[in-house]
Design a protein around this ligand. Structure first.
Ligand code: GDP
Length: 320
């Protein structure tokens, strides 16, 4: 029997590499789309075939789909940094909502049996008015990024209904790992704590420490994506830890893991402070747990400790 084929858009990102590793371990034939397949800095992609795919050129996505004819498509590629979406809202609309529409339609035309996972976001809830949020909670996004992700989420829903497509929207809350870029808060904090522990840095400059997020490990979330495509029927799922934590909690966990005190080490710079959120972004993962049997394997503390350990190792190796 020939192996099942999976196609991953955004394979070189944090989530894509974890997902690819899991699928390769499961015996899948895995192809990933990257903007530049010849890029030498791509890591964690052993055993993965790479093809060119660009969110700004829908024909590359459709071509790759036709070339691979996957059984499962994981659409993870998207701009991911929420604040950047204010610069030009047309960009997230095209790259997130437009690309999702193109891929879903092409998938349906290619093979009505194809199973599609689309990564959406807790940002679709915005000012939901209830916390934690479930799949059916009100969706009132408050950023162009959230609006684009909501359009992608709703496209999954209507195309599933219209065509009977096996399409899933995974509503992903914040998920982290040592592979997360430093522009995101948790990696900034674990790297900062590691640098302070090594005496390379005196302080860490942050924004609002009372902001709340729901943090999971990226590997757990990607296991959820696979479970969602292996289910009997398609549906949408919140993937979250279910626990809201503040930026301050994150700081404490990271400094504890690094073995230093955060006392006197944090400086607040208004440049990093965002307008307060009306509804705390916390997800209720009950449906994923009840329907898919999904349970996170990494605790918050273990995730942060893993990130701090990786940052300590990296910073030590970079020392002259
Ligand atoms: P996001 O949740 O996708 O926006 O990604 P982040 O991991 O960057 O988390 C951002 C949250 O942390 C927001 O609630 C910010 O207000 C808060 N925050 C506080 N200080 C900082 C900081 O220095 N950098 C970033 N990126 N976020 C910060």
């Amino acid at each position: 029997m020939s192996p099942r084929r999976a196609l991953i858009t955004g394979v070189s990102g944090q989530d894509g590499t974890y997902l690819a590793e899991q699928l390769v371990a499961e015996g899948y034939d895995v192809t990933g789309l990257v903007r530049n397949p010849g890029d030498r800095v791509l890591t964690h992609l052993e055993g993965v075939s790479l093809l060119h795919g660009d969110l700004d050129d829908a024909s590359t996505l459709v071509d790759a789909l036709g070339a691979v004819r996957p059984h499962e498509l994981y659409h993870l590629a998207a701009p991911t940094f929420v604040p950047a979406s204010w610069d030009d809202p047309a960009v997230p609309m095209a790259q997130i909502a437009g690309a999702t529409g193109t891929l879903l339609t092409a998938a349906h035309r290619l093979d009505p049996e194809l199973r599609v996972f689309v990564a959406t976001s807790s940002e679709i809830f915005g000012d939901a008015g209830e916390s934690p949020q479930r799949e059916g909670s009100p969706k009132r996004p408050r950023s162009p990024y959230g609006i684009a992700k909501l359009a992608a989420h709703q496209l999954v829903g209507v195309l599933r209904e219209r065509h009977g497509l096996f399409a899933v929207s995974g509503i992903l809350y914040n998920h982290e790992s040592p592979r997360r870029p430093v522009r995101f808060l948790p990696r900034k904090v674990t790297r900062g704590a590691a640098a302070i522990a090594l005496g390379l840095q005196d302080e860490l400059v942050l924004g609002d420490q009372s902001a709340v997020r729901d943090w999971s490990h990226a590997a757990d979330v990607m296991r959820g994506a696979r479970l969602a495509l292996a289910a009997d029927a398609p549906g949408d799922y919140v993937f979250a830890s279910g626990v809201g934590r503040t930026v301050g909690d994150l700081v404490q966990a990271a400094f504890a893991a690094a073995g230093v005190s955060a006392e006197g080490r944090i400086r607040v710079d208004p440049a990093f402070v965002r307008p307060p959120e009306v509804t705390p972004q916390v997800g209720d993962p009950s449906r994923a747990r009840d329907v898919l049997g999904w349970r996170p394997e990494h605790s918050f503390e273990a995730t942060i400790a893993e990130m701090v350990a990786a940052d300590l190792e990296q910073l030590r190796s970079e020392r002259p």
